[in-house]
Design a protein around this ligand. Structure first.
Ligand SMILES: NC(=O)c1ccc[n+]([C@@H]2O[C@H](COP(=O)([O-])OP(=O)(O)OC[C@H]3O[C@@H](n4cnc5c(N)ncnc54)[C@H](O)[C@@H]3O)[C@@H](O)[C@H]2O)c1
Length: 428
């Protein structure tokens, strides 16, 4: 058991890296001792927030790794295509790793990560934040405790939301599968992992349909400009960037996200400048996006249970909704509360796991799960024991493999064997 507060380095001081580090600073459960961040403004801000000397603020993760093992653990919160190499490198240095999802952009790289951490004997947790909510714990326990008998079917909806989809998957960082990955990986790997987690088994077979239906040049309305700030029909467009981003001003949570991805300025003039010059002001019908805007995945679990998962852009941005159908009851969760129906008594019970007020799984901090994950990582480091972490490298690899299998199924129009060797059910 380590006596001291664990030392933690951060690779990528963007939205995610900064949020985890802020939690660690606030709780004092870890010491942030180094940062790697190429953006000089972000790097300086992070160094100031954590009192880091210039020699501990590096222009990139490679430079930080070249300085040797500076910390017990490293948080890797770079963009998707830059997860595998730093994870392998820091594992080789003997650092435990908190790795943002997706763990890698290819199955081969995900396997390389798992090999590297197992060889090095370090802990690795992928940031499947939804596992860490009180809501998830309650829903999973209801199933595990047999409250609905044996689960035989799941209906799960991920309502991404029209403006969120336009922000991240049409104009933003996850709009192109060649730069980050398919939507099912960059967004819905959370859902696939979550479904595996609550059902307690890995799907054996998957099929999938979906496409980019709407955010395409042929749907651009007559008179639309290349940018919202010059557009004659902007006021009638659901995807108006000025409407979305100007409305964030004055609201600290929405200034942090989504506005924080657009600009660091917090004035109307600053936002409009970013929309005139940057990617987030582009017409949603004139971007270089190619990821789907709606997708379904069907899964069959080894037990015979089935799951229908729907991801859609065309909804309010809301918590996930889930129905689980069991042999002696069923449950319905709206991301905040769970309604359980007992087939014997006919009675209904409402389980309220106590989501944060106004929160739920879509409160920008995922119902405080980001904080809970940071706490779990520091606890694992302090104790030298992965027990506080909900999943390890093999479990993340298994859930990522289901995502890749489903994407192959969608692209090839086939049913794909997802998990030829399902890991044993994790003890609950
Ligand atoms: N777990 C979740 O719920 C969740 C939610 C959103 C995003 N993400 C994932 O988190 C990751 C980061 O997302 P974000 O929104 O914080 O993005 P971001 O762009 O705000 O942050 C990434 C940061 O990495 C920096 N960077 C680039 N190259 C680097 C290098 N060589 N060394 C060090 N830093 C480098 C960038 O300058 C940037 O500041 C992505 O992989 C994303 O998919 C996860």
């Amino acid at each position: 058991m380590q006596e001291t507060v664990p030392a933690i380095a951060v690779a990528g001081a963007g939205l995610r890296g900064r949020a985890y580090a802020a939690r660690i600073r606030a709780t004092g459960a870890g010491r942030i001792v180094a940062v790697a961040e190429p953006d000089p403004v972000r790097r300086a801000r992070f160094a100031a927030e954590h009192g880091l000397p210039p020699k501990r603020a590096f222009p990139g993760w490679r430079e930080m790794a070249a300085a040797g093992r500076l910390a017990d653990g490293v948080i890797i919160a770079t963009q998707d295509a830059e997860h595998a190499e730093p994870a392998i490198r820091f594992a080789g240095l003997g650092c435990h790793i908190l790795l943002e999802k997706p763990m890698a952009t290819s199955e081969a790289d995900a396997l390389r990560i798992v090999d590297a951490v197992e060889r090095a004997g370090v802990m690795l947790a992928v940031c499947h934040v939804l596992r860490y909510t009180a809501y998830t714990r309650a829903l999973r326990a209801l199933i595990a405790d047999g409250r609905i008998g044996a689960p035989v079917g799941v209906q799960h909806l991920e309502p991404v939301g029209w403006w969120h989809h336009a922000h991240s998957y049409v104009r933003g960082n996850w709009r192109r599968s060649d730069e980050s990955g398919p939507m099912l990986m960059t967004k819905s790997c959370h859902d696939v992992d979550w479904l595996i987690h609550v059902m307690g088994e890995v799907p054996a077979r998957v099929s999938s349909f979906g496409r980019l239906s709407h955010f395409r040049p042929e749907n651009r309305p007559p008179g639309a400009g290349a940018r919202c700030v010059d557009c004659a029909v902007e006021a009638r467009c659901p995807y108006s960037a000025p409407r979305l981003y100007l409305s964030c001003l004055g609201d600290p949570a929405r200034e942090a996200w989504p506005l924080g991805a657009v600009t660091d300025e917090r004035t109307e003039a600053g936002v409009l400048r970013a929309l005139r010059e940057g990617p987030y002001g582009r017409c949603v019908y004139a971007c270089d996006n190619d990821v789907v805007d709606h997708q379904v995945v069907n899964m069959e679990f080894p037990s015979g249970a089935t799951c229908v998962f729907t991801m859609t852009a065309f909804s309010p941005a809301a918590p996930r909704q889930t129905r689980v159908f069991g042999t002696s009851g069923c449950l319905e969760g709206d991301g905040v509360r769970i309604t359980v129906r007992d087939f014997v008594t006919g009675g209904t019970e409402i389980v309220d796991p106590g989501a944060a007020p106004g929160g739920g799984a879509f409160d920008g901090r995922h119902d405080h799960a980001d904080d809970a994950l940071a706490d779990a990582f520091t606890a694992a480091l302090a104790g030298g024991d992965p027990a506080p972490l909900s999943s390890g490298p093999r479990e993340s690899l298994a859930s990522h493999r289901v995502v890749w299998a489903a994407e192959r199924a969608r692209l090839n129009g086939t049913v794909v064997e997802a998990a030829p060797q399902s890991p044993a059910r994790k003890a609950r």
